[in-house]
Design a protein around this ligand. Structure first.
Ligand SMILES: [Zn+2]
Length: 304
């Protein structure tokens, strides 16, 4: 297996992180629990997207062949790396990522447009279900509740076991020639000042969670990559993330974090009445944390 252990170690640090509320999230008048959960959602979606961009980086740096759509292939790589670590925090990361694509799909009131069908990516809802397929294929038991909440068919779950294995084995065999025990790569991680107060809150959130550093840690060991690849957080003027082969740079735009915060805040607001009830009965300490971990899945159950 390729550096799945180090992926796990880097991301475990997240669970120890107590995020400070940012103005954007607070502005939506959410409870303390919702803020914490929302911030976890934002960071986890950033991590999934960064893994996705790192997949483009590997394809580009190692000149890997890609059969089919590269966007789908690197989504599968993100899933394989996160799930392969067999770590509960990383399982939450990927669950948040799937929820992120579902919420994005539902935010588009008019449904997919002609542009979406012509684009490089699968439709948001397809990307979400492709991740769910990897999840349930990797660990049917752990993700049963989540898959049930989405009414993901049993027959598909059976197929997904093989689809996950195929995706994992294909990536591992492609990467094998470009990996070496003990290989180390230095990345250059930069959180540029956001240039405005609202986005700076997200820059601070990502920095305190070490989101960009996660990529430097995971891909900085065991891969035959040349030093100097940049991983940059910045204000871009667009909600996106990029791999730029010429500059050897992964860029994560702070606007993307703000966008995910908006998605989850709207979701909390739309669940307002039910939230108020469940907050009153919330339990303390570790049990409460466990409930938060499962909260998104449980809530998605009620969505049509
Ligand atoms: Zn992409």
């Amino acid at each position: 297996m390729i550096s799945l252990k180090s992926a796990s170690a880097a991301l475990l640090a997240l669970s120890a992180c107590l995020f400070q509320p940012t103005d954007n999230v607070r502005a939506a008048e959410l409870t303390a629990e919702q803020i914490e959960e929302g911030q976890r959602f934002v960071v986890n979606n950033a991590i999934f997207i960064l893994f996705h961009e790192a997949g483009h980086m590997l394809v580009s740096e190692f000149n890997l062949p890609v059969l089919g759509r590269e966007e789908d292939a690197v989504d599968a790589l993100s899933s394989v790396l996160l799930l392969g670590a067999e770590d509960e925090d990383l399982n939450t990361t990927i669950q948040d990522a799937a929820d992120g694509w579902f919420l994005l799909d539902e935010a588009k009131e008019d449904g997919p447009q002609e542009d979406d069908f012509m684009g490089t990516h699968g439709l948001d809802r397809q990307r979400a279900f492709a991740i769910v397929c990897m999840m349930t294929g990797a660990n049917a038991e752990f993700f049963k509740e989540f898959a049930d909440s989405l009414e993901f068919p049993e027959e598909r779950r059976q197929e997904c076991v093989f689809e996950y294995q195929k995706a994992r084995d294909s990536w591992m065999s492609l990467l094998a020639a470009n990996m070496k025990d003990g290989a180390k790569t230095k990345f250059q991680v930069t959180y540029e000042p956001a240039g405005n107060e609202d986005l700076q809150g997200f820059a601070d959130l990502l920095k305190s969670a070490g989101a960009l550093e996660t990529i430097a840690t995971v891909f900085g060991e065991g891969y035959n990559l040349k030093d100097g690849i940049k991983i940059t957080g910045k204000t871009c003027g667009t909600e996106n993330a990029f791999w730029h082969a010429g500059d050897r740079e992964i860029t994560y735009c702070y606007e993307m974090a703000a966008f995910h915060a908006g998605l989850i805040a709207n979701w909390f607001e739309s669940q307002g009445a039910e939230e108020a009830t469940s907050d009153e009965t919330a339990v303390e300490g570790e049990e409460a944390a466990d409930e938060l971990t499962n909260a998104t899945a449980v809530k998605l159950k009620k969505k049509e």
